[in-house]
Design a protein. Structure first.
Length: 236
C-alpha cells in the first residue's frame, strides 16, 4: 500500500518554497514572462471566451500555449461527446473561491472533475490541471512536472500549494512578484510562473534566469568551474 509523505514533509516543502519566492531577481523574471511574446503571459487567462460552466475551443487553445498537445479524440470528447457531462461537473466547482479559502467540500468537487478528465484517454496530469486552472484560475493550481519537482513531496503537491497559500505572508511575497501587466491574473497563476522560472530546465527558463542574474540551487549544481576557479582552489 502506498504511504503518502507526512505533514512534516509538507511543512518542510512549504518552507522551501516560501524561501525561494524572495530570491533576488525573481520579480524581474516574472515581469519578463508577462512582457515577452515568447511566453504565454496573460494570454492563457485572457484568450477568447471562457464561460465558467462549459469547455470551449478557446480553452483548449489557451492550454495549448502551455506546451500541451490535444489529440483529436480528446478534442471531440471535451467539446462534443461529453461536453454536457463536463459542464455539469464544472457547475459543481465554485468559480469565486480562492484556494486558501476553499473547504474540503469545494476541493472534493475539483477532485471529481479531475477524475473525470483523467479518465479520458489522452489526458494526463499536466493537461488536466492546466485545463482546470484555465476554468478555475483562483482555485486550481497547475501540477505539471516542473511544479511536482519544485514541491518534491510525491502525492501531496496540491496539499503543499494549498498550505503555502494559506499563509498571508507567503501570499504577500507572491503578490510582490506581480507586474502591472498581470494585474488581472490570479495569485495562483503568479505562483505558477514563479515556480516555472525557478525550476524549469527549458532553455527559455535558463535564459530568463541568466538575464536577471537569478541563480537557483539547480543552476549552481550544474555550473562547471572555470580554469581560474580551479586555480584558486589549488592555491594554498
Amino acid at each position: 500500500m502506498l504511504t503518502l509523505p507526512s505533514d512534516q514533509a509538507v511543512d518542510a516543502a512549504v518552507g522551501r518554497l516560501r524561501a525561494s519566492l524572495v530570491a533576488p531577481g525573481l520579480d524581474r523574471a516574472v515581469t519578463g514572462y508577462f512582457a515577452e511574446p515568447e511566453f504565454a503571459g496573460v494570454t492563457f487567462t485572457d484568450l477568447g471566451r471562457n464561460p465558467p460552466f462549459e469547455i470551449v475551443p478557446d480553452d483548449l487553445l489557451a492550454v495549448a500555449l502551455l506546451d500541451i498537445t490535444w489529440r483529436p479524440q480528446v478534442v471531440r470528447t471535451l467539446l462534443d461527446l461529453r461536453r454536457q457531462a463536463f459542464g455539469q461537473l464544472l457547475a459543481a466547482v465554485p468559480h469565486d473561491v480562492d484556494l486558501w479559502n476553499a473547504s474540503d467540500e469545494h476541493l472534493g468537487h475539483v477532485d471529481v472533475a479531475w477524475d473525470a478528465l483523467m479518465a479520458v484517454d489522452g489526458i494526463g496530469t499536466a493537461s488536466a490541471t492546466k485545463l482546470l486552472a484555465r476554468k478555475r484560475p483562483r482555485l486550481c493550481p497547475i501540477s505539471d512536472n516542473v511544479v511536482i519537482r519544485a514541491v518534491d513531496v510525491p502525492g501531496r503537491t496540491s496539499d503543499v500549494l494549498r498550505r503555502l497559500l494559506q499563509d498571508p505572508a507567503a501570499r504577500a511575497d507572491i503578490e510582490a512578484l506581480r507586474p502591472p501587466a498581470a494585474a488581472a491574473v490570479s495569485l495562483i497563476r503568479i505562483l505558477d510562473v514563479a515556480l516555472w522560472v525557478l525550476h524549469s530546465d527549458t532553455s527559455a527558463a535558463r535564459r530568463m534566469r541568466h538575464s536577471v542574474r537569478l541563480r537557483t540551487d539547480h543552476d549552481l549544481r550544474n555550473l562547471r568551474p572555470s580554469s581560474d576557479d580551479a586555480l584558486i582552489r589549488r592555491m594554498p
